[in-house]
Design a protein around this ligand. Structure first.
Ligand SMILES: NC(=O)C1=CN([C@@H]2O[C@H](COP(=O)(O)OP(=O)(O)OC[C@H]3O[C@@H](n4cnc5c(N)ncnc54)[C@H](O)[C@@H]3O)[C@@H](O)[C@H]2O)[C@@H](O)CC1
Ligand SMILES: Nc1ncnc2c1ncn2[C@@H]1O[C@H](COP(=O)(O)OP(=O)(O)O)[C@@H](O)[C@H]1O
Ligand SMILES: [K+]
Length: 534
């Protein structure tokens, strides 16, 4: 059985759900005041523990910044506390008090005249302790660190002046900012910037992961993110989320548990899945190799790769274990016709992955595989051709599982009527999946996957090192190989898609750690896939 902490780390909530969960806790008798003490106490402890080097950011912290020192008494660390009108401000004031007693030099910026009662009481007490309080930005003394408690998930409308321009000025200072719950100014669900927002160096997400943490548009405001677990009972989480489609954060534990490991001791290659890749053209030969290498790393039992005849020897030389099917070509060097070996048809495979490097001249091939009764992944030109056919209408006619792996551009071509993926990627991918009946994987800095029932899986960490031509081809191959294995082992499709996406990101992260973010070309990425698991 998973432990509580692991289960909590998989949960992602909206602001509305978080509010309902808190309401239940308070209704059950937990005093608001006690919870604020507990939460802020945990934050204050983390602030003292975080080593300064772990939050240095080239663009926000000059190299010689006198950073928060481990022993403030010795160095006299100066911490500015930014206080908003609600309980986010209350949390910040408790942090101020705790750090004050730990020997930090504290000042408070409290620009709002009307505060919630609890927040107001904490401000009064801080004042009684002799902590200086300022109302205007111009008065603020220098500091080594700012704690952002302006707004949390209670922010409901766009920020306007004077607080908006104050935030802009605070962002300009070369001082690290630690945000409480989320950077003030971000929408808790969409991650949109509501007017303006704090650019945090570090964010302490309180209790449960909020959706904004996994929306691409929020990433540059979040800095490093950490969950502060303040013991929300799982029963309250379950009671609020009930049967609503879940948003799940993929963790290492869930991904590893989904992989087809260990293998049964008695098995054979066809029991470990047979994948057919359909990819490549004279123009795009390399993509076929990368897709093949991604599939190789999945451990798939049998790999067949259909390519134009002229690519056959190239593929054989890179993937000697694969069965390379050379197909007749169009004049332009695309696959003209699938010429599978004797006694083989599309239903012989456990999965088909189709698209990388095909060009649009392979339209009849894509039409043919869509009609097949085999689980199918469409990527790249496979998606562009599907878009031309009308994605939703075409997919509705298809019975077996279809997995689509678009990036944002492909997504918009496939689903022009789904609300803008730039505004809310999670909602967009969910709608695309429910409308089309396909499992949709929307690529990005934080890849999101949705199934037709509206459940969503999110890859919680990745690296911009993957923003390079060819890394998507690697994912398609890896996913294809895993899907073929899942089909023989009754592993749910969406779980295996989520696992593939997580694995791909982890390989990128590991490769970037060892080789810098510049050193992760797509071929190198394939070499890190197995390493990322061991
Ligand atoms: N009470 C507690 O002990 C707990 C507090 N938490 C903290 O409480 C926060 C939520 O507290 P609140 O519900 O008070 O909300 P916030 O503190 O996030 O802010 C809401 C306040 O800001 C005002 N406001 C909203 N939009 C504004 C705008 N555009 N311009 C100016 N004012 C605006 C609202 O009128 C309200 O007074 C969480 O983010 C977290 O930091 C919880 O996480 C943990 C438990
Ligand atoms: N900024 C980023 N951070 C993390 N991952 C990224 C980023 N940009 C792109 N990726 C990942 O890299 C891959 C790129 O795939 P794709 O756009 O299909 O390009 P290509 O097919 O040329 O490789 C996807 O898995 C995507 O999630
Ligand atoms: K905040």
């Amino acid at each position: 059985m998973q432990n509580r902490q692991e289960k909590i780390s998989q949960v992602v909530v909206t602001a509305g759900q978080m509010r309902d969960i808190e309401k239940r806790i308070f209704a059950a008798g937990m005093p608001v005041v006690a919870l604020m003490e507990k939460v802020a106490g945990l934050i204050a402890r983390r602030i003292q523990e975080i080593p300064p080097t772990s939050v240095k950011k080239a663009y926000s912290v000059p190299l010689n910044t006198p950073f928060l020192r481990e022993s403030p008494q010795a160095g006299g660390s100066r911490v500015g506390i930014l206080v908003g009108p609600g309980h986010n401000g209350g949390d910040a004031l408790v942090v101020a008090r705790e750090l004050h007693f730990r020997g930090y030099e504290i000042w408070i910026y409290s620009p709002f005249s009307k505060l919630k009662e609890l927040t107001s009481q904490h401000l009064q007490y801080a004042q009684s302790l002799g902590i200086p309080i300022y109302q205007t930005i111009e008065q603020l003394p220098d500091s080594d660190l700012l704690i952002d408690g302006l707004f949390g998930f209670g922010l409901e409308r766009n920020l306007t002046d004077p607080i908006a321009s104050a935030i802009n000025q605070l962002n300009e200072l070369s001082v690290p900012i630690y945000s409480i719950d989320l950077p003030s100014g971000l929408h808790t669900d969409t991650g949109e910037v509501l007017g303006t927002a704090i650019r945090a160096t570090y964010t302490f997400c309180l209790g449960l992961w909020k959706l904004a943490f996994f929306q691409d548009q929020a990433l540059e405001y979040l800095g490093k993110a950490e969950l502060i677990d303040f013991d929300i009972p799982l029963a309250d989480v379950e009671a609020v989320l009930k049967d609503a489609p879940r948003i799940k954060r993929i963790t290492r534990a869930t991904a590893l548990a989904t992989l087809p490991l260990p293998r049964p001791p008695v098995t054979h290659k066809y029991k470990e899945g047979h994948l057919l890749l359909i990819c490549g053209s004279r123009r795009y030969a390399g993509g076929a190799i990368l897709t093949g290498l991604g599939a190789r790393a999945s451990g798939v039992g049998m790999l067949s790769i259909a390519v134009p005849e002229s690519l056959k020897s190239l593929l054989v030389s890179h993937l000697p274990e694969a069965l390379i099917v050379g197909c007749p070509e169009t004049e332009t060097g695309a696959i003209a016709q699938l010429q599978l070996p004797e006694n083989t048809d599309l239903s012989s495979f456990n999965a088909i992955a189709c698209g990388p490097g095909l060009t649009r001249d392979a339209t009849p091939i894509v039409q043919e595989v869509i009609k097949s009764d085999c689980p199918l992944i469409l990527d790249a030109d496979g998606l562009n051709i599907l878009a031309q056919m009308g994605a939703i209408a075409t997919l509705k006619k298809r019975q077996p599982v279809t997995v689509l792996t678009p990036h944002t551009g492909e997504f918009q071509r496939l689903f022009p009527d789904v609300p803008d993926a730039k505004h809310d990627r999670v909602q967009a991918v969910r709608e695309a999946a429910t409308q089309s009946g396909a499992v949709v994987l929307l690529k990005g800095a934080r890849t999101a996957i949705a199934n037709p029932q509206g459940a969503v899986w999110i890859v919680p960490e990745s690296t911009p090192a993957l923003a390079r031509g060819g890394s998507g081809d690697v994912l398609t191959g890896l996913l294809g190989g895993l899907l073929a294995q899942a089909a023989t082992k009754q592993i749910p499709v969406e779980d295996i898609v989520a696992t593939a996406a997580w694995w791909h990101s982890q390989a990128g992260i590991l490769a970037a750690q060892e080789r810098t973010e510049l050193g992760v070309d797509a071929f190198t990425l394939t070499q890190y896939l197995i390493k990322a698991l061991t």
